[in-house]
Design a protein around this ligand. Structure first.
Ligand code: ZN
Length: 222
């Protein structure tokens, strides 16, 4: 947090002299009042990138953006100069769920989220991998659902799987698991990617083993 505050001060001071393309620093911004408002909120605190939810992260049925909402977002991007925008998918989505109903709703919700991102020209969507049991079957189900959704939607939006701290039956807490998840998805050529966030706690330490890093790196590169 301390470093982030220092960086924001630096950006405010140097903003006029430094082209925005030279750095990306951002935070999650509220879309209260409209997705365009998140850009203005970000610009106010010196962000050069922002993360948003494209809609309420507690609702299953998100509608398409209207042409007016899309125009407002594009105008805000021009006015703020913030073109680096990442979306975070709803917390409700769980592609690893043992419940058929939740799995069905999650699949539809992710498809809608990808579409909403494409409407706003957002090219990255962060997704929590999901939770379920047993673990191996859960990972296989997530992988297969992701492959289906990516193939079906064919939208220019890359899904970034966020690693987790492994609470409860949540998967994606080790590099081995993420490697497992991407084993076959790599065939989809950059349609799915991964975002590694450093998590505090014992799980983060477990993930940093040499074997895990090598196996994960090998799968992503080959
Ligand atoms: Zn997240």
């Amino acid at each position: 947090m301390f470093l982030a505050i220092l960086s924001i001060k630096f950006i405010k001071k140097e903003r006029s002299a430094m082209p925005k393309s030279h750095y990306l620093l951002g935070a999650h911004m509220s879309i209260s009042g409209g997705a365009d408002k998140a850009l203005y909120r970000g610009a106010e605190i010196g962000c050069t990138a922002i993360q948003i939810f494209t809609g309420s992260n507690r609702q299953w049925n998100l509608k398409e953006f209207t042409p007016e909402e899309i125009s407002a977002f594009e105008r805000a991007q021009k006015e703020t100069g913030i073109t680096a925008v990442i979306a975070h998918a709803s917390y409700l989505i769980n592609l690893g769920s043992n419940s058929k109903d939740i799995l069905h709703k999650s699949t539809q919700a992710l498809e809608k989220e990808l579409f909403r991102c494409a409407q706003l020209g957002i090219t990255y969507l962060v997704l929590h991998p999901g939770s379920g049991s047993p673990e191996q079957e859960c990972i296989a189900q997530i992988e297969s659902k992701l492959a289906d959704i990516i193939e079906k939607t064919k939208l220019p939006v890359t899904i970034l799987i966020e690693n987790t701290a492994g609470q409860g039956s949540v998967v994606g807490y080790s590099l081995e698991q993420l490697a497992e998840l991407f084993k076959d998805l790599k065939k989809l050529e950059k349609l799915a990617s991964v975002l590694i966030r450093v998590m505090p706690g014992p799980q983060a330490t477990i993930s940093r083993t040499k074997t895990a890093t090598r196996s994960f790196g090998k799968i992503l590169i080959t």
